[in-house]
Ligand binder design. Sequence first.
Ligand SMILES: [Ca+2]
Ligand SMILES: [Ca+2]
Length: 164
Amino acid sequence: HIEHLQKIAHFHFEKKINKNRCMTFLSWVVVSVTFNGWIYYQSSFYYMSNETRSWTESRRYCKESGADLIIINNREENKMFGGTSAYIGLTDSDVEARWKWVDGTNMTSGLWGPGEPNGYIKENCGVVVDNDPRWPTLFGWHDVLCNRDLQWICEKRISQLILP
Ligand SMILES: [Ca+2]
Ligand SMILES: [Ca+2]
């Protein structure tokens, strides 16, 4: 009898957890759709800023939105936002020339622009350049000074919302 009650209690507990996860997920979706600029694409939400900030301040903005700077895994992600230049979640601030993503993983295949990265110890933050009218001849990733004020792209993966 007690075992049966325990099973029921367990079931309700599970249901409650799932409901909470579902609510968290839903509220994130609603927030994402409500705030201008969040776009859903292949299991992630993306946000391209209109304003400009340093790399660190850009990252802070993403984190406060429950996201982080974008981690670019493929060419589709690389081409999501054209017409400008924007910070991505890539830096070699810790060890020069060892480029790391904001989730701590090492960058294995980069989509660097011609001649980049070329900033040695001065330029430690990654930017994606795509059809930027200010630099019509530049494209691909560039290392730049981290304190430059630039636009940025945030990313929030759906898997990070659902998994504990
Ligand atoms: Ca560097
Ligand atoms: Ca550079």
